[in-house]
Design a protein around this ligand. Sequence first.
Ligand code: C5P
Length: 237
Amino acid sequence: MTRGELKYEGKAKRVYATPHPHEYVVEYKDDATAFNAQKRGEWAGKGATNNAITAHLYPQLEAAGIPTHFLEKLSEREQRVKAVTIVPVEVIVRNTAAGSFSKRLGIEEGTPLSRPVVEYCYKSDALGDPLINTDTAVALGWATAEDLTRIRELALQVRDFLVPYFAARGVNLIDFKLEFGKLPGGEIVLADEISPDTCRFWDAETGEKLDKDRFRRDLGGEAEAYAEMLRRVTRPA
Ligand code: C5P
């Protein structure tokens, strides 16, 4: 598909217009960043792996009743998606304490949570995606209260699909980040990627980290961990 104007460039992806007014092409890059781009790196195959994992999961989420922007995988690094306006609120769903949650609250990483915790952050590279609540998002016009109710409902539906999906493949889904977009008609749909960049995956038996924390924490073996996650995701349960 012919790529048009570059609409958006993020840390790990580029989004292009297409000749079709209601469709975009998303291109996955090999770049990796952490700590709001203060740490940078890249490894060959990262973009292709994240594209493949996302493209494998999204049709299954659609089949489970979760509307998404995804249309098809076009190539190793590209997918065709519905054009949406991204809601500038990142949604984090946590099943087990880790990362910024553990740090902020002094809760040991790996502590199970008795119910899922949904957190919201303002999508702003300049500010480092600060934690907000839904009142903030409504008061500043980033989303309506109805949109946020729907977003929370969909985020929990995604969790209900992903937790058993990964458990059946020997992976404990610790937490993950989602983004949502609005179609021209106003419908909220799941957008962005679901990959080792945006989820914490721990091997269910060994506890080994199979996600971007390998890069963030200088553990090494990130390319192997991402490849292992692609194998697990695409393997039958
Ligand atoms: O760092 P923190 O513990 O808040 O991250 C929670 C989850 O959200 C992790 O799975 C992380 O990979 C993801 N995340 C993300 N993009 C961000 C912040 C967090 O994908 N900007």
